[in-house]
Design a protein around this ligand. Sequence first.
Ligand code: ZN
Ligand code: ZN
Length: 350
Amino acid sequence: MRAVVCHGPEDYRLEEVPVPSVGPGEVLLRVSAVGICASDAKCFAGAPLFWGDAEREPYCQPPIIAGHEFCGTVAALGEGVQGIELGQELVSEQIVPCGQCRYCLRGQYWMCREHSIFGFRQATPGAMAEYVRLPRRARNHVLPQGLSAAAGAFVEPLGCSVHAVDRAGIRLGDVVVVAGCGPLGLGMIAAARLRGPALLVALDSRPMRLEVARAAGADLVLDVAHTDAVAAVLALTEGYGCDVYIEASGAPAAVVQGLRMVRKLGTFVEFSVMREPTTVDWTIIGDTKELDIRGSHLSPHSYPIAIEMLRRGQVPLERIVTHTLPLEEFPRGMTLVLTGEESIKVQLVP
Ligand SMILES: [Zn+2]
Ligand SMILES: [Zn+2]
């Protein structure tokens, strides 16, 4: 089968590899669609998992087939698989928990120490290929009939958006700011809309994305390239600041901006995959504002909600998925994601 194999930074090759075999408890999917994620772009660019510990925590384990946001048709079932039938359309959560580490044993599977994520770790080759094997411990979800392949491959990013919004603990009447209208930020806007905020504000520097943010449910969109967003949000809130700030832009400047924009005792959720480190004055977190700073990672218990949102049409998917390319055009897809100028979500169809 054809597959996009990551051999290292900026070295992804379209190769012919064997179709994976399935053992007991495993499932083989014929991939219907697979998205290119900001984390794929970060990996492609050669960034470490996080700065300061690059040696111990490489971003991925090459050579490996990339791709973690996918859906596919069940093509083969290993012995003992239950609740899944041949021909069904399936998604699988991006992380395959080990089931044995401290986090897994405590039910915090998205923090699994092994952290086998499709397309990044040797145990879990990804889905930028004609077929992908779902290991025994994969967390699979059957898709409702009639859901498009584009929607199926968007369940993973939308699940991450749902989790970030859960972490934000939005309450009725909150003023909520989402910084960054990429695929994840747009999903957060759609999910935050369902939480009943008094005012939902979207920030980005690209007008095309801000338009889609409106379609996703933003009450107000601000172009940070041409507006003083901090001043604007303070003016909207009698000088207090927003109740909740969700950082989903990947830009270090958006962290500083958020700390200035959020009110005292407010909540700041950090979601971004940053390509560079950022520096802020931590005094503001404690001494000045007593903020709740919360991280958000992956999409625990969020897939069923994301699937239902897509089924109900609560996400302007046709405007978020801007490019659908054949697997062969992976290099163009990666360039589109890296620049982000004309694309939002790029998906590949093997
Ligand atoms: Zn992703
Ligand atoms: Zn584990």
